[in-house]
Design a protein around this ligand. Sequence first.
Ligand code: UDX
Length: 456
Amino acid sequence: MRISVIGCGYLGAVHAAGMAELGHDVIGVDVDAEKIAALARAEAPFHEPGLPELLRAHRSRLLFTTDASAVRDARVHFIAVGTPQRSDSPAADTRFVDAAVEALLPHLAPGHLVVGKSTVPVGTAERLAARVRTTGARLVWNPEFLREGRAVDDTLHPDRLVYGIEAGDNESVALLDAVYEHPLTAGTPRLVTDLATAQLVKSAANAFLATKISFINAMAEVAEASGADVSQLADAIGLDARIGRAFLGAGLGFGGGCLPKDIRAFRARADELGVGDALAFLGEVDAINLRRRTRVVDVLERELGPLIGRRIAVLGLAFKPDSDDVRDSPALAVVQLLRERGAVVVATDPVAIETARRRDPLPIYVDTVEQALAGAEAVVLATEWAEYRQLDPAAAGSGVANRLVVDARNVLDVDAWRAAGWIVRGLGRAHAPSVEDPRAVESEAKRAAERQPDHV
Ligand code: UDX
Protein backbone atom coordinates (compact mmCIF):
# COMPACT_ATOMS: atom_id res chain seq x y z
CA MET A 1 0.00 0.00 0.00
CA ARG A 2 1.15 3.56 -0.58
CA ILE A 3 1.22 5.48 2.66
CA SER A 4 2.56 8.78 3.92
CA VAL A 5 4.10 9.69 7.25
CA ILE A 6 3.90 13.36 8.22
CA GLY A 7 6.70 14.26 10.63
CA CYS A 8 10.02 12.41 10.49
CA GLY A 9 11.35 12.82 14.03
CA TYR A 10 12.04 9.97 16.48
CA LEU A 11 8.56 8.61 15.95
CA GLY A 12 7.90 9.32 12.28
CA ALA A 13 11.28 8.29 10.83
CA VAL A 14 11.14 4.94 12.59
CA HIS A 15 7.49 4.48 11.65
CA ALA A 16 8.24 5.25 7.99
CA ALA A 17 11.12 2.77 7.90
CA GLY A 18 9.05 0.20 9.78
CA MET A 19 6.17 0.52 7.32
CA ALA A 20 8.62 -0.02 4.45
CA GLU A 21 9.84 -3.14 6.23
CA LEU A 22 6.20 -4.30 6.35
CA GLY A 23 6.13 -4.00 2.55
CA HIS A 24 4.54 -0.59 2.00
CA ASP A 25 5.66 2.26 -0.25
CA VAL A 26 6.23 5.19 2.05
CA ILE A 27 6.45 8.94 1.55
CA GLY A 28 7.95 10.67 4.58
CA VAL A 29 7.39 14.43 4.89
CA ASP A 30 9.02 16.89 7.26
CA VAL A 31 9.67 20.64 7.24
CA ASP A 32 13.27 20.11 8.44
CA ALA A 33 15.30 20.00 5.21
CA GLU A 34 18.44 18.74 6.95
CA LYS A 35 16.63 15.79 8.47
CA ILE A 36 14.99 14.94 5.16
CA ALA A 37 18.31 15.15 3.32
CA ALA A 38 19.87 12.67 5.79
CA LEU A 39 16.94 10.27 5.52
CA ALA A 40 17.01 10.52 1.71
CA ARG A 41 20.66 9.40 1.88
CA ALA A 42 19.45 6.46 4.01
CA GLU A 43 21.16 7.94 7.07
CA ALA A 44 19.40 8.16 10.42
CA PRO A 45 19.35 11.79 11.65
CA PHE A 46 19.58 10.53 15.27
CA HIS A 47 20.92 7.47 17.04
CA GLU A 48 18.43 4.60 16.93
CA PRO A 49 19.70 1.02 16.78
CA GLY A 50 18.47 -0.82 13.67
CA LEU A 51 17.15 2.28 11.90
CA PRO A 52 20.08 2.83 9.47
CA GLU A 53 19.84 -0.81 8.39
CA LEU A 54 16.10 -0.47 7.63
CA LEU A 55 16.62 2.80 5.74
CA ARG A 56 19.31 1.20 3.59
CA ALA A 57 17.42 -2.06 3.02
CA HIS A 58 14.27 -0.29 1.80
CA ARG A 59 15.65 2.66 -0.12
CA SER A 60 13.48 1.78 -3.11
CA ARG A 61 10.28 1.90 -1.05
CA LEU A 62 11.08 5.07 0.90
CA LEU A 63 10.78 8.61 -0.40
CA PHE A 64 11.63 11.50 1.94
CA THR A 65 10.68 15.04 1.01
CA THR A 66 9.87 18.49 2.34
CA ASP A 67 7.17 18.84 -0.34
CA ALA A 68 3.85 18.39 1.48
CA SER A 69 2.00 17.79 -1.80
CA ALA A 70 3.99 14.57 -2.37
CA VAL A 71 1.42 12.81 -0.17
CA ARG A 72 -1.18 13.08 -2.92
CA ASP A 73 -0.67 9.50 -4.15
CA ALA A 74 -1.00 7.94 -0.72
CA ARG A 75 -4.21 6.49 0.66
CA VAL A 76 -3.27 6.18 4.32
CA HIS A 77 -1.59 9.12 6.07
CA PHE A 78 0.10 8.79 9.46
CA ILE A 79 0.43 11.91 11.59
CA ALA A 80 3.65 11.63 13.59
CA VAL A 81 4.53 15.23 14.41
CA GLY A 82 5.57 16.37 17.88
CA THR A 83 3.35 17.76 20.63
CA PRO A 84 5.87 19.60 22.82
CA GLN A 85 5.10 21.34 26.07
CA ARG A 86 3.77 24.84 25.47
CA SER A 87 6.10 27.64 26.44
CA ASP A 88 3.39 29.44 28.44
CA SER A 89 1.83 26.47 30.28
CA PRO A 90 2.34 22.77 31.06
CA ALA A 91 -0.24 21.83 28.41
CA ALA A 92 0.67 20.19 25.11
CA ASP A 93 1.16 22.34 22.05
CA THR A 94 -0.99 20.70 19.37
CA ARG A 95 -0.23 23.33 16.76
CA PHE A 96 1.89 20.97 14.63
CA VAL A 97 -0.77 18.26 14.61
CA ASP A 98 -3.41 20.78 13.54
CA ALA A 99 -1.13 22.14 10.83
CA ALA A 100 -0.31 18.66 9.53
CA VAL A 101 -3.99 17.77 9.19
CA GLU A 102 -4.85 21.10 7.55
CA ALA A 103 -2.05 20.58 5.02
CA LEU A 104 -3.40 17.12 4.22
CA LEU A 105 -6.99 18.19 3.61
CA PRO A 106 -6.55 19.18 -0.08
CA HIS A 107 -5.14 15.71 -0.82
CA LEU A 108 -7.87 13.69 0.90
CA ALA A 109 -10.80 11.94 -0.75
CA PRO A 110 -13.42 9.35 0.22
CA GLY A 111 -11.70 6.03 1.00
CA HIS A 112 -8.61 7.78 2.40
CA LEU A 113 -7.58 7.39 6.00
CA VAL A 114 -5.74 9.74 8.36
CA VAL A 115 -4.11 7.89 11.26
CA GLY A 116 -3.06 9.91 14.30
CA LYS A 117 -0.01 8.56 16.11
CA SER A 118 1.15 11.64 18.04
CA THR A 119 0.42 11.88 21.76
CA VAL A 120 -2.39 14.41 22.08
CA PRO A 121 -4.69 15.75 24.81
CA VAL A 122 -7.93 13.80 24.80
CA GLY A 123 -10.45 15.66 22.62
CA THR A 124 -7.95 16.58 19.91
CA ALA A 125 -8.81 13.63 17.68
CA GLU A 126 -12.52 14.43 17.73
CA ARG A 127 -11.76 17.96 16.51
CA LEU A 128 -9.47 16.68 13.76
CA ALA A 129 -11.92 13.95 12.73
CA ALA A 130 -14.53 16.61 12.02
CA ARG A 131 -12.07 18.43 9.72
CA VAL A 132 -11.09 15.23 7.91
CA ARG A 133 -14.75 14.22 7.42
CA THR A 134 -15.35 17.35 5.32
CA THR A 135 -13.27 15.68 2.57
CA GLY A 136 -15.07 12.32 2.76
CA ALA A 137 -11.97 10.71 4.31
CA ARG A 138 -11.91 9.28 7.84
CA LEU A 139 -9.65 9.54 10.89
CA VAL A 140 -8.47 6.86 13.32
CA TRP A 141 -6.35 7.42 16.45
CA ASN A 142 -3.65 4.80 16.71
CA PRO A 143 -1.25 5.79 19.51
CA GLU A 144 2.40 4.83 19.40
CA PHE A 145 4.09 3.19 22.39
CA LEU A 146 7.62 2.96 21.05
CA ARG A 147 10.61 3.38 23.32
CA GLU A 148 13.68 5.18 22.08
CA GLY A 149 16.55 2.77 21.69
CA ARG A 150 14.10 -0.05 20.96
CA ALA A 151 11.87 1.82 18.57
CA VAL A 152 12.42 -0.41 15.54
CA ASP A 153 11.43 -3.54 17.42
CA ASP A 154 8.52 -1.79 19.12
CA THR A 155 7.25 -0.69 15.67
CA LEU A 156 7.59 -4.08 14.00
CA HIS A 157 6.53 -6.16 17.01
CA PRO A 158 4.27 -3.96 19.13
CA ASP A 159 2.78 -5.22 22.43
CA ARG A 160 -0.61 -4.12 21.20
CA LEU A 161 -2.33 -2.04 18.52
CA VAL A 162 -5.06 0.36 19.60
CA TYR A 163 -7.45 1.82 17.03
CA GLY A 164 -9.67 4.66 18.23
CA ILE A 165 -12.49 5.02 15.70
CA GLU A 166 -15.65 6.99 15.16
CA ALA A 167 -18.75 4.92 15.84
CA GLY A 168 -19.31 2.17 13.25
CA ASP A 169 -16.29 2.99 11.11
CA ASN A 170 -15.51 -0.63 10.22
CA GLU A 171 -14.09 0.40 6.85
CA SER A 172 -11.20 2.22 8.55
CA VAL A 173 -10.56 -0.76 10.81
CA ALA A 174 -10.24 -3.02 7.76
CA LEU A 175 -7.91 -0.58 6.01
CA LEU A 176 -5.63 -0.24 9.05
CA ASP A 177 -5.69 -4.02 9.49
CA ALA A 178 -4.31 -4.27 5.94
CA VAL A 179 -1.48 -1.86 6.86
CA TYR A 180 -0.63 -3.91 9.97
CA GLU A 181 -1.24 -7.30 8.38
CA HIS A 182 2.17 -8.69 9.45
CA PRO A 183 2.07 -7.89 13.16
CA LEU A 184 -1.61 -8.87 13.32
CA THR A 185 -0.88 -12.23 11.68
CA ALA A 186 1.96 -12.68 14.16
CA GLY A 187 -0.63 -12.41 16.95
CA THR A 188 -0.33 -8.78 18.12
CA PRO A 189 -3.46 -8.00 20.17
CA ARG A 190 -5.61 -5.31 18.55
CA LEU A 191 -8.12 -3.28 20.55
CA VAL A 192 -10.76 -1.17 18.83
CA THR A 193 -12.06 1.69 21.00
CA ASP A 194 -13.71 5.07 20.60
CA LEU A 195 -11.50 8.08 19.85
CA ALA A 196 -11.41 9.37 23.43
CA THR A 197 -10.30 6.03 24.89
CA ALA A 198 -7.51 5.59 22.34
CA GLN A 199 -6.08 9.02 23.15
CA LEU A 200 -6.36 8.34 26.89
CA VAL A 201 -4.67 4.94 26.56
CA LYS A 202 -1.44 6.64 25.60
CA SER A 203 -1.59 9.32 28.28
CA ALA A 204 -2.56 6.74 30.90
CA ALA A 205 0.22 4.33 29.90
CA ASN A 206 2.88 7.03 30.19
CA ALA A 207 1.40 8.33 33.45
CA PHE A 208 1.50 4.82 34.89
CA LEU A 209 5.12 4.26 33.85
CA ALA A 210 6.18 7.61 35.28
CA THR A 211 4.29 6.86 38.50
CA LYS A 212 5.99 3.50 38.83
CA ILE A 213 9.43 5.10 38.52
CA SER A 214 8.58 7.88 40.96
CA PHE A 215 7.09 5.36 43.36
CA ILE A 216 10.37 3.50 43.60
CA ASN A 217 12.27 6.76 43.84
CA ALA A 218 10.00 7.80 46.72
CA MET A 219 10.91 4.47 48.34
CA ALA A 220 14.55 5.40 47.67
CA GLU A 221 14.12 8.54 49.77
CA VAL A 222 12.63 6.50 52.61
CA ALA A 223 15.34 3.86 52.21
CA GLU A 224 18.06 6.47 52.48
CA ALA A 225 16.51 7.90 55.63
CA SER A 226 16.08 4.50 57.24
CA GLY A 227 19.26 2.73 56.15
CA ALA A 228 17.50 0.34 53.77
CA ASP A 229 18.48 -0.68 50.23
CA VAL A 230 15.99 0.28 47.52
CA SER A 231 17.39 -2.15 44.94
CA GLN A 232 16.77 -5.12 47.21
CA LEU A 233 13.38 -3.68 48.06
CA ALA A 234 12.54 -3.44 44.33
CA ASP A 235 13.68 -7.02 43.76
CA ALA A 236 11.51 -8.23 46.59
CA ILE A 237 8.31 -6.35 45.73
CA GLY A 238 8.91 -6.95 42.01
CA LEU A 239 8.63 -10.69 42.51
CA ASP A 240 4.96 -10.18 43.25
CA ALA A 241 3.44 -10.79 39.80
CA ARG A 242 0.87 -8.06 40.49
CA ILE A 243 3.68 -5.51 40.86
CA GLY A 244 6.46 -6.73 38.53
CA ARG A 245 10.12 -5.63 38.56
CA ALA A 246 10.03 -3.62 35.29
CA PHE A 247 10.26 0.17 35.74
CA LEU A 248 11.29 -0.17 39.37
CA GLY A 249 14.82 0.98 38.62
CA ALA A 250 15.48 3.62 41.30
CA GLY A 251 18.05 6.28 40.64
CA LEU A 252 18.15 9.47 38.69
CA GLY A 253 14.57 9.17 37.44
CA PHE A 254 12.90 9.65 34.11
CA GLY A 255 13.51 12.17 31.36
CA GLY A 256 13.32 12.31 27.59
CA GLY A 257 10.91 13.82 25.12
CA CYS A 258 7.85 11.91 26.36
CA LEU A 259 7.23 11.03 30.01
CA PRO A 260 7.93 14.45 31.62
CA LYS A 261 5.93 16.52 29.16
CA ASP A 262 3.19 13.91 28.80
CA ILE A 263 2.38 13.77 32.50
CA ARG A 264 2.26 17.58 32.64
CA ALA A 265 0.02 17.77 29.58
CA PHE A 266 -2.23 15.03 30.94
CA ARG A 267 -2.66 16.91 34.20
CA ALA A 268 -3.35 20.16 32.38
CA ARG A 269 -6.00 18.45 30.27
CA ALA A 270 -7.65 16.93 33.35
CA ASP A 271 -7.79 20.44 34.83
CA GLU A 272 -9.52 21.71 31.69
CA LEU A 273 -11.99 18.85 31.92
CA GLY A 274 -12.79 19.79 35.53
CA VAL A 275 -11.23 16.62 36.99
CA GLY A 276 -7.86 18.08 37.99
CA ASP A 277 -8.06 16.46 41.44
CA ALA A 278 -7.99 13.03 39.83
CA LEU A 279 -4.52 13.65 38.43
CA ALA A 280 -3.13 15.90 41.15
CA PHE A 281 -0.83 13.02 42.17
CA LEU A 282 1.05 13.47 38.89
CA GLY A 283 2.38 16.74 40.29
CA GLU A 284 3.99 14.72 43.08
CA VAL A 285 5.28 12.17 40.55
CA ASP A 286 6.97 15.05 38.72
CA ALA A 287 8.35 16.58 41.92
CA ILE A 288 9.80 13.29 43.21
CA ASN A 289 11.42 12.81 39.82
CA LEU A 290 13.03 16.25 39.73
CA ARG A 291 14.31 15.85 43.31
CA ARG A 292 16.49 12.96 42.13
CA ARG A 293 18.67 15.34 40.18
CA THR A 294 19.48 17.60 43.13
CA ARG A 295 19.92 14.53 45.31
CA VAL A 296 22.97 13.45 43.27
CA VAL A 297 24.56 16.84 43.69
CA ASP A 298 23.76 16.88 47.42
CA VAL A 299 25.37 13.46 47.86
CA LEU A 300 28.52 14.74 46.17
CA GLU A 301 28.57 17.86 48.28
CA ARG A 302 28.24 15.80 51.42
CA GLU A 303 31.20 13.69 50.36
CA LEU A 304 33.46 16.45 49.06
CA GLY A 305 32.31 19.59 50.79
CA PRO A 306 31.68 22.70 48.65
CA LEU A 307 31.97 21.78 44.99
CA ILE A 308 33.56 25.04 43.82
CA GLY A 309 36.51 24.16 41.62
CA ARG A 310 36.17 20.40 42.23
CA ARG A 311 36.66 18.26 39.14
CA ILE A 312 33.74 15.87 38.60
CA ALA A 313 33.49 13.28 35.82
CA VAL A 314 29.97 12.60 34.57
CA LEU A 315 29.49 9.39 32.60
CA GLY A 316 26.42 9.65 30.39
CA LEU A 317 24.47 12.55 28.92
CA ALA A 318 21.58 10.86 27.09
CA PHE A 319 18.30 10.48 28.98
CA LYS A 320 18.71 6.72 28.68
CA PRO A 321 21.15 4.26 27.08
CA ASP A 322 21.02 3.49 23.33
CA SER A 323 19.81 6.98 22.52
CA ASP A 324 21.44 10.33 21.72
CA ASP A 325 18.37 12.17 22.98
CA VAL A 326 19.15 14.71 25.70
CA ARG A 327 15.70 16.30 25.88
CA ASP A 328 14.97 16.74 29.61
CA SER A 329 17.85 14.38 30.31
CA PRO A 330 18.45 13.81 34.03
CA ALA A 331 22.16 13.31 33.24
CA LEU A 332 22.49 16.68 31.54
CA ALA A 333 20.51 18.28 34.37
CA VAL A 334 23.06 16.91 36.85
CA VAL A 335 25.88 18.37 34.74
CA GLN A 336 24.16 21.75 34.86
CA LEU A 337 23.43 21.61 38.60
CA LEU A 338 27.04 20.69 39.33
CA ARG A 339 28.24 23.62 37.26
CA GLU A 340 25.84 25.92 39.10
CA ARG A 341 27.57 24.88 42.34
CA GLY A 342 30.92 25.76 40.84
CA ALA A 343 32.21 22.31 39.91
CA VAL A 344 34.44 21.72 36.90
CA VAL A 345 32.43 19.10 35.01
CA VAL A 346 34.02 16.79 32.47
CA ALA A 347 31.27 14.80 30.78
CA THR A 348 31.20 12.03 28.22
CA ASP A 349 28.71 9.81 26.44
CA PRO A 350 29.08 7.16 23.73
CA VAL A 351 26.74 8.97 21.29
CA ALA A 352 25.11 12.04 22.86
CA ILE A 353 27.99 14.54 23.06
CA GLU A 354 26.89 16.47 19.98
CA THR A 355 23.22 16.66 20.97
CA ALA A 356 24.30 17.73 24.47
CA ARG A 357 26.68 20.36 23.13
CA ARG A 358 23.90 21.81 20.99
CA ARG A 359 21.71 22.15 24.07
CA ASP A 360 24.47 23.37 26.39
CA PRO A 361 27.90 24.24 24.97
CA LEU A 362 29.44 25.23 28.32
CA PRO A 363 30.47 21.99 30.08
CA ILE A 364 33.70 20.24 29.06
CA TYR A 365 32.80 17.32 26.80
CA VAL A 366 35.35 14.60 26.13
CA ASP A 367 35.19 11.57 23.86
CA THR A 368 36.41 8.81 26.15
CA VAL A 369 35.85 7.56 29.66
CA GLU A 370 39.61 7.72 30.29
CA GLN A 371 39.66 11.43 29.43
CA ALA A 372 36.68 12.05 31.69
CA LEU A 373 38.20 10.17 34.62
CA ALA A 374 41.65 11.75 34.37
CA GLY A 375 42.16 13.73 37.58
CA ALA A 376 38.50 13.47 38.65
CA GLU A 377 37.78 13.98 42.32
CA ALA A 378 34.47 12.16 41.95
CA VAL A 379 32.67 10.21 39.25
CA VAL A 380 28.92 10.20 38.59
CA LEU A 381 27.41 7.37 36.57
CA ALA A 382 24.42 9.24 35.13
CA THR A 383 23.26 7.07 32.18
CA GLU A 384 23.56 3.33 32.44
CA TRP A 385 25.25 2.57 29.11
CA ALA A 386 26.49 -1.04 28.97
CA GLU A 387 30.08 0.14 28.67
CA TYR A 388 29.81 2.10 31.90
CA ARG A 389 28.13 -0.75 33.75
CA GLN A 390 30.97 -3.02 32.67
CA LEU A 391 33.83 -0.66 33.59
CA ASP A 392 36.71 -2.36 35.32
CA PRO A 393 36.90 -0.60 38.70
CA ALA A 394 40.65 -1.16 39.05
CA ALA A 395 41.40 0.33 35.64
CA ALA A 396 38.93 3.16 36.21
CA GLY A 397 40.68 3.94 39.49
CA SER A 398 44.08 4.43 37.92
CA GLY A 399 43.41 7.86 36.41
CA VAL A 400 41.24 9.52 39.03
CA ALA A 401 42.44 11.79 41.81
CA ASN A 402 39.97 10.26 44.28
CA ARG A 403 38.10 6.95 44.14
CA LEU A 404 34.58 8.19 44.82
CA VAL A 405 31.73 7.15 42.54
CA VAL A 406 28.07 8.09 42.76
CA ASP A 407 26.15 5.34 40.99
CA ALA A 408 23.08 7.40 40.12
CA ARG A 409 21.51 4.46 38.26
CA ASN A 410 22.27 1.77 40.84
CA VAL A 411 23.86 -0.53 38.28
CA LEU A 412 27.44 -1.02 39.46
CA ASP A 413 28.69 -4.12 41.24
CA VAL A 414 29.19 -2.34 44.55
CA ASP A 415 31.32 -5.09 46.11
CA ALA A 416 33.71 -5.20 43.14
CA TRP A 417 34.10 -1.41 43.16
CA ARG A 418 34.65 -1.33 46.90
CA ALA A 419 37.19 -4.13 46.61
CA ALA A 420 39.08 -1.93 44.17
CA GLY A 421 39.23 0.81 46.78
CA TRP A 422 36.31 2.94 45.68
CA ILE A 423 33.82 4.67 47.91
CA VAL A 424 30.50 3.90 46.25
CA ARG A 425 27.41 5.93 46.84
CA GLY A 426 24.13 4.81 45.31
CA LEU A 427 20.75 6.51 45.41
CA GLY A 428 18.32 4.93 47.81
CA ARG A 429 20.99 2.83 49.39
CA ALA A 430 22.20 3.25 52.92
CA HIS A 431 24.79 5.97 53.13
CA ALA A 432 26.32 4.48 56.22
CA PRO A 433 29.60 2.96 55.08
CA SER A 434 29.77 -0.76 54.62
CA VAL A 435 31.80 -2.52 57.32
CA GLU A 436 33.88 -4.23 54.60
CA ASP A 437 34.93 -0.84 53.30
CA PRO A 438 37.78 0.41 55.48
CA ARG A 439 38.40 3.53 53.37
CA ALA A 440 34.77 4.51 53.63
CA VAL A 441 34.76 3.89 57.37
CA GLU A 442 37.86 6.01 57.66
CA SER A 443 36.46 8.91 55.64
CA GLU A 444 33.13 8.73 57.45
CA ALA A 445 34.97 8.78 60.78
CA LYS A 446 37.07 11.72 59.64
CA ARG A 447 34.00 13.66 58.67
CA ALA A 448 32.32 12.86 61.97
CA ALA A 449 35.39 14.19 63.78
CA GLU A 450 35.29 17.36 61.70
CA ARG A 451 31.64 17.85 62.60
CA GLN A 452 32.51 17.64 66.33
CA PRO A 453 35.53 19.83 66.96
CA ASP A 454 37.44 18.63 70.05
CA HIS A 455 36.63 21.47 72.39
CA VAL A 456 35.47 19.07 75.08
C1 UDX B 1 8.42 6.19 26.94
C2 UDX B 1 7.44 5.01 26.99
O1 UDX B 1 8.10 3.86 27.56
C3 UDX B 1 6.93 4.71 25.60
O2 UDX B 1 5.97 3.65 25.65
C4 UDX B 1 6.30 5.97 25.02
O3 UDX B 1 5.86 5.72 23.71
C5 UDX B 1 7.30 7.11 25.03
O4 UDX B 1 7.80 7.32 26.34
P1 UDX B 1 10.98 6.46 26.26
O5 UDX B 1 10.82 7.92 26.56
O6 UDX B 1 11.71 6.07 25.03
O7 UDX B 1 9.55 5.77 26.18
O8 UDX B 1 11.79 5.84 27.48
P2 UDX B 1 11.55 4.75 28.61
O9 UDX B 1 12.27 3.53 28.29
O10 UDX B 1 10.12 4.62 28.97
O11 UDX B 1 12.32 5.45 29.81
C6 UDX B 1 11.94 6.75 30.25
C7 UDX B 1 12.84 7.25 31.33
O12 UDX B 1 12.63 6.54 32.53
C8 UDX B 1 14.33 7.17 31.04
O13 UDX B 1 14.94 8.38 31.44
C9 UDX B 1 14.80 6.01 31.90
O14 UDX B 1 16.14 6.15 32.28
C10 UDX B 1 13.86 6.14 33.10
N1 UDX B 1 13.65 4.88 33.83
C11 UDX B 1 13.09 3.82 33.21
C12 UDX B 1 13.98 4.81 35.18
O15 UDX B 1 14.46 5.79 35.77
N2 UDX B 1 13.76 3.65 35.85
C13 UDX B 1 13.21 2.56 35.26
O16 UDX B 1 13.05 1.55 35.94
C14 UDX B 1 12.88 2.64 33.90
